[in-house]
Design a protein around this ligand. Structure first.
Ligand SMILES: Nc1ncnc2c1ncn2[C@@H]1O[C@H](COP(=O)(O)OP(=O)(O)OP(=O)(O)O)[C@@H](O)[C@H]1O
Ligand SMILES: [Mg+2]
Length: 375
């Protein structure tokens, strides 16, 4: 019987896992080097670096099962904990997602479609990659990228030098730039017994590399089952337990995988208010060996990320079916500080409410809501 869940990382994903888990009777302990880790309000916070063996051992001792709120936990830390405590998702899934090259090779081997790519570790490699892939293409660091950081788009030959200046001291991957019609993500949970549930395909809109808006459901039956088949390959291959998200490009009715996240995902935050079971609850159910709830939608949902600063008094406006989430994080330019989920019975109603919320946030024109909500 699992009572205490340990989480490596104490950011907003850990915080929302704890918010979902406490009503289920679970307790939480977080390990995070940041003094102000925002999950700390909901359980014990062990403040330590990722290579602090005694802190890692303490987490393994206090917890009945350990999971992650981000994927860049060093291999050594995950293995050290796994030696004495249950760890889900399996650390192998974590390692596969930490390196964009390994990740793409794995997906390609499983016949999950990906954009063409080349490993780049020298200036001549970059020239060859650009020749082979053509322009535009995207140069990315293989490791530690998030929110579009560590990426440069090469549109013209002249951009190559600048891209190399910016990223050349890292191991890199150069990818074809996909001129997608839309971006979407499929999120699934797999239990210890292999039971798998899916949430509806979610459409994602990014601004400057950061997720700005998610809308769900966004699918035709055919796209939904296509996306489910792709993530299922990854889940089975990795003998996965927990929630996984697969980010996809949609181009001319074809799904092309971008990357997977071995954890709950920003594009699934709407599930807390719009689905029968949230991604957070099902992740905990999976890692605790409990049966999973259905991921089906209860309502149509649209989520805005709140970046850089919270809207303050705007949040006090009461609107039926609108849910504000504040992560209690310090304001910083571009930082994910919270989100707001708008839910409605119909698309027309969703659009009307979303326009209202967007105008409270001062976003309406900029984010072209019309385009986003016209599914
Ligand atoms: N090959 C590509 N073609 C077109 N757009 C791309 C490509 N790679 C990345 N992008 C754009 O940049 C966004 C962020 O890229 P990616 O998901 O690879 O990086 P990330 O930093 O790990 O992002 P996050 O952590 O927010 O998921 C994508 O969602 C997409 O909008
Ligand atoms: Mg991404």
């Amino acid at each position: 019987m699992i009572k205490t869940v340990g989480i490596l990382g104490g950011g907003q994903l850990a915080r929302m896992l704890a918010q979902a888990g406490r009503p289920m009777g679970l307790e939480f302990v977080f390990l995070d080097p940041a003094e102000d880790a925002c999950a700390g309000e909901l359980g014990e916070h062990i403040r330590a670096e990722w290579d602090d063996e005694s802190a890692l051992k303490k987490l393994a001792q206090l917890a009945d099962v350990v999971t992650f709120d981000f994927e860049n936990v060093p291999e050594k830390a995950a293995s050290l904990i796994a030696a004495s405590c249950l760890v889900y998702p399996p650390p192998g899934a974590l390692f596969a997602s930490q390196d964009r090259l390994r990740e793409k090779e794995m997906m390609q081997a499983m016949e999950v479609p990906v954009a063409s790519y080349y490993a780049v570790s020298s200036r001549p490699d970059l020239v060859t990659a650009v020749e082979k892939i053509g322009l535009p293409c995207v140069l990315k660091t293989r490791r530690f990228g998030y929110d579009g950081k560590g990426q440069v788009i090469i549109r013209f030959q002249e951009d190559m030098e600048r891209a190399w200046q910016m990223l050349g001291d890292h191991e890199l991957i150069c990818e074809e730039f996909v001129s997608f019609d839309a971006e979407c993500s499929i999120i699934a949970a797999r239990g210890q017994d292999g039971q798998t549930v899916f949430w509806p395909l979610t459409r994602n809109l990014h601004r400057e590399g950061i997720l700005a808006i998610s809308v769900a459901p966004f699918f035709t039956r055919q796209l939904q089952s296509g996306a489910e088949a792709l993530i299922l390959k990854l889940l089975d291959h990795l003998r996965y337990t927990g929630v996984m998200a697969l980010e996809l490009f949609l181009k001319e009715d074809q799904l092309i995988a971008n990357e997977f996240a071995p954890r709950v995902h920003n594009s699934g935050h709407w599930t807390s208010n719009g689905a029968h079971t949230s991604q957070f609850e099902n992740h905990l159910r999976a890692i605790c060996g409990l049966p999973l709830g259905t991921g089906e939608s209860r309502l149509k949902a649209l989520m805005f990320n709140l970046l850089g600063q919270m809207p303050g008094s705007a949040m006090q406006a009461v609107m039926e079916g609108v849910y504000w989430h504040d992560y209690h994080k310090a304001a910083r330019v571009g930082r994910k500080l919270g989100h707001v989920t708008v839910t409605a019975e119909s698309e027309v109603e969703l659009r009307a409410k979303a326009v209202q919320v967007a105008s409270v946030l001062g976003l309406a024109a900029e984010l072209n809501l019309e385009a986003v909500t016209c599914l």
